[in-house]
Structures are given as C-alpha cells and as structure tokens.
Ligand binder design. Structure first.
Ligand code: MSP
Length: 523
C-alpha cells in the first residue's frame, strides 16, 4: 500500500521544549511532507509522555494539579509546532482516555498470555524522592536527584518476560535493517544483549501518577509500557474504531534520539512480538544537537549562554532558517554542534547567498536582458545539457535519499543543485551575450536556468516551508503540491512574464547579530 507512517518520540512535558527537542520533529516533518508530495497516504504522529513521578513533582512544586500543569506545557508545545509549521496528523497525550484504556487492555492481554507476571522488585530506594534507582544510576553512591543516601528496598511489581526474546532480538538487530544507522547495532548487542536481557519491571506501587493496572489498581504501569504503545493506540489499536491501525501499522519508521534507541530496538519489538503484532519497519536512532559537549537537554545547565530558544530564532530569522539548520547542518545519524555563529553562517551562506540571491539574480537578468519575457529554450549547448543532466541526476538522488531516510543528505543535495545553477551563470555569462546582442542565447540560458531552479525548488518545499513556496509566482506559475510537477525540463511556455518578487532573505551582519543574541541570552 502506498502509505507512510512516521513517528517522533513523545516528549516529556517537564519543561518548555528547546531547540534540541525540535530536532526530531522538524526532521520528521520534512520526511512526512516529502512523502505526501510523493502522493503517499501519510500519517505523522507526535505527542507528549505525561505520566511519572517527575511530572507529579513538577506540578506540586508549581502548586498546580497535574492536569493543569500539563495542559499549559502541552498548549505551549502545540504553539511551538505551529510556529515551526509542523504538519502532524495526530498529537497523542498519554493522559488521553483512549490511550489509558488501550494500555490497560494491552497490559491485561500480556498478563493473560503469561508474558507479564507478578514478582518482587528489588532496588535502591530514596525515601524523600520516593524513587527506586539501580546501582549504575547512583551518583557517588547517592540519589542522583537529591544527593541523599539510598537504601535497599523491595516492592511487589509486575514483570515482562523480556529475557525470552534474547535470541529473536539479537537476530533482528544483527540480520535485518531494523535498526539504523548500523553503527548503533553493535552498541546494542555488546552493551545490552550479550550481557543477557533480564525481565523488565513494568509496574510500580510507589508511583501514583500513571495508568493503573485495572485488575490490580495499587499498581501503576511503569514508563515504557505506557509510553511505547502510543505508536499503536494513536491509530486505534484495541479500540472500537481501528481503521487507521489496519491501514497504517506497522510504522515505516520510528525516529528517535540515540539515548532511547535501547527502548525502541530491544523492548519495543519484544512487546510487539509478545502481542503477535508486526514490527515497525525501521527504528532510526539520530544523534544529538550538541551545545559544547552537552546535549541541549531541558534539565541540564549548558554553561556559556547562547540563544537556544527556537521561538526567538524563528522570530528573528524566520522559519526557514531554523528548519534549514536542523535538517541540513547536522548529518542525520550523527551528533552535530550548534552555536549562534554556525546558525547565522548557515543562514547567510545557504539562504541569502546560494539560494535567495540565485532566484533574484535570475529573475533580475530576465527583466534586464529580455524585458521580463521568457520563451522555451532554443538550441542547447554543452553547458546547458550538462546542467540539465546534473540536475535530473541529483533530483533522482534526492528521491533515493528520502526513501533511505536520509533527510540531511537530501537537503544537501538540493543545495548542490543551487550551487550548480550559480556555476552555470558564471560559465554562460549572460551579460556577455547581452553585450554581443545574442538575445536568443540569453533566452535559452535563462529559461534553462529558471527551470533548473524550479525543479530543485520543488524538492525543497517539504523541508523549508516558508519562502520557497512563494517563488513560482515570479514566473507566473502555480506552486506545486506533488513532486511529479516541475520534474523535467521544458515547462516554461512561450511568453512567460517574469517578475522579480520580494527579496527572500536579507543578508545578516553576523558580528552584529551575535552581539544582539548575546544580549538576549544574558537578559
Ligand atoms: N518520553 C521519552 C520518549 C518516549 S517515546 C515512546 C523521552 N522524552 S524526552 O523529552 O526526554 O526526549 C525526547 C526526544 O528529544 C529524544 O529522542 C531525545 O533524543 C530528543 N532530544 C533532546 N535533546 C536533544 C538534542 N540536543 N538533540 C537531538 N535530540 C534531542 O525520552
């Protein structure tokens, strides 16, 4: 079936989201939009992971009920997604009634199948924090949250038979493309699978803010078995209306940050196997946006102060600047640095120079040399033919890269296409042809160039959703909705009127901007 189901992790609403959290959502949005433009039936899911002690404590600290606290952060998150033009099809909250009911049913189903059983959880307990910790989580032997002493403690709990899936999961990771990039596979096998998978504790009696086990309500369902199934419940799994589940499951890709690859590539497939459900086609574990050596985590302090609030960056530099940086400058699958200078340089180099200037220069030349009228290209010279074949080859490569879930590869190739267009202007020198009075030749150059720009631009639409959609009007053309439009040369009709349009991106004075941003960061 021609469908594409893509998901982001569901975010903890323990604070306002930062640029780091926007990373997955922006990148997935580009992939979702691209697949829609391929005429696929796309379902793009995001949402929030709202249970757990941390949330309960945050709400208490602010003197609010859990729901009042959560509603505010969720409203803020949705506002942020609107600002970043995120085209999600559904926003799931793990406190939604349908999710809670379906998770309870799923838990019971696993219990009835013997995949979940009751036993005793042994751990190190911090009484003031009411939290269990493992030996590895302790900091200097103390509670990592409050720094106080912990003591060994036991509580009754339910366990999932994760240990039974050891061989199946190893085989899945080793012999298929289930987990990508491949570099993450060895890490999972060496660090978690080879030492031996242990059964997983999936309930707590000490955590109150969670989904109750309906047949044993002093227990709440613990973290991952509540969060991971969001990918199923959002589609209607174990609910009356499960048409979407039938249509979209299994997911084509769950895109997640590298620190949660373990949950998605080991625990999640095991749960699905236990439920006899098909597995997602792929888990993609991307890297982090790094600030210094740190991930832009919401809970960590980040040393030197810089503006990392996406709201401020979008407000000052526009939507395209933020989407460009996140999609293009960080190689998908690897960590990548962020700082203000890199961000501003990416804006100037790519948006203002390579792309914006190319569009305005091309339209400007059509006005200056041809009175703003373009006609179909005439006899082609070697330079024209080379540009045409290079653009079409790269177009195909972009499609392959998106198919391969490589958004940074795709957008970098699109910018290479603009760079080829700029090179073509230098090589064909329309100003020299103008001096020599070769109007026919100028027309062929500017028509070929215009078509090359628009073919490339059509691929850019899913990634940069603000300015690129406006440029078709410069040629009196309609903005495409599908990728098979403007996909080959030869679409410029006789007597096409060209206008210059507005300036797309103003070049920034980087030193001045950094000064301004530093002021904002330290306010
Ligand atoms: N609630 C869990 C996910 C459950 S999914 C069933 C969670 N939430 S989170 O809010 O802590 O993180 C959500 C995502 O944001 C993770 O994939 C994480 O990698 C990502 N990021 C947080 N900071 C990031 C960067 N600095 N860079 C890239 N991604 C970052 O984990």
């Amino acid at each position: 079936m021609n469908k594409f189901y893509i998901t982001t992790p569901i975010y903890y609403p323990s604070n306002k989201l930062t640029l780091g959290n926007c990373y997955t959502t922006v990148v997935c949005d580009g992939l979702a939009r691209f697949n829609r433009m391929l005429n696929k039936d796309v379902f793009y899911l995001t949402g929030t992971d709202e249970h757990g002690q941390k949330i309960q404590k945050k709400a208490q600290a602010e003197g609010k009920s859990e729901m009042a606290y959560l509603n505010e952060i969720v409203a803020d998150t949705k506002e942020l997604w609107k600002m970043l033009d995120i085209s999600y099809d559904k926003f799931i909250r793990t406190t939604d009634d349908y999710h809670v009911a379906a998770v309870q049913k799923m838990f019971k189903l696993l219990y009835d199948k013997g995949q979940i059983y009751k036993s005793t959880y042994k751990g190190l307990y911090c009484t003031p924090c009411e939290s269990f910790w493992t030996e590895e989580q302790l900091v200097d032997g103390k509670c990592p949250d409050c720094g106080r002493a912990v003591e060994p403690m036991e509580e009754e709990a339910y366990f999932f038979r994760l240990s039974e899936y050891q061989d199946k999961i190893k085989n899945l990771l080793q012999n298929t493309d289930f987990l990508r990039p491949k570099t993450r596979v060895n890490e999972m096998i060496n660090n978690f699978i080879n030492p031996g998978l242990k059964d997983l504790c999936v309930s707590r009696t000490s955590v109150k803010w969670g989904v109750p086990v309906d047949f044993d309500p002093k227990h709440t369902i613990y973290v991952w078995i509540d969060a991971l199934p969001n990918y199923l419940t959002a589609l209607g799994y174990l609910q009356e209306d499960n048409a979407k589940f039938k249509k979209f499951w299994p997911a084509d890709v769950h895109v997640v940050g590298k620190e949660i690859v373990r949950f998605h590539s080991i625990i999640w497939p095991a749960i699905l196997m236990a439920l006899d459900l098909p597995l997602p086609k792929q888990i993609y574990g991307h890297g982090w946006l790094l600030f210094g050596n740190d991930k832009l985590s919401k809970s960590k302090e980040t040393g030197k102060k810089e503006v990392i609030d996406p709201r401020i960056l979008v407000g000052r530099y526009g939507l395209d600047a933020v989407r460009l940086f996140l999609t293009k400058e960080i190689m998908f699958g690897q960590d990548g640095p962020y700082n203000q200078e890199l961000f501003l340089n990416a804006y100037n180099t790519n948006l203002a120079n390579e792309y914006g200037n190319l569009v305005s220069r091309t339209c400007g030349m059509a006005q200056k040399y041809l009175g703003g009228v373009l006609n179909p290209a005439g006899d082609l010279q070697a330079a024209d033919k080379t540009l045409m074949s290079e653009i079409l080859n790269r177009r195909k490569f972009v499609l392959d890269q998106v198919e391969d879930i490589n958004p940074s590869g795709a957008i970098n190739t699109i910018f290479e296409m603009f760079s080829l267009c700029n090179k073509y202007i230098d090589e064909t020198a329309p100003w020299a042809e103008f001096k020599a009075g070769n109007t026919q030749r100028i027309n062929t150059i500017l028509t070929t160039l215009s078509e090359a720009i628009l073919i490339s631009n059509t691929l850019l639409l899913p990634f940069l959703t603000d300015k690129p959609k406006t440029i078709y009007a410069n040629w009196g053309l309609k903005t495409p909705t599908l990728l098979n439009e403007y996909s080959a040369f030869g679409f410029i009709k006789p007597n096409t009127q060209v206008t210059k349009g507005e300036n797309l991106y103003n070049r920034l004075d980087i030193a001045k901007e950094i000064e301004e941003l530093n002021k904002i960061a330290n306010e």
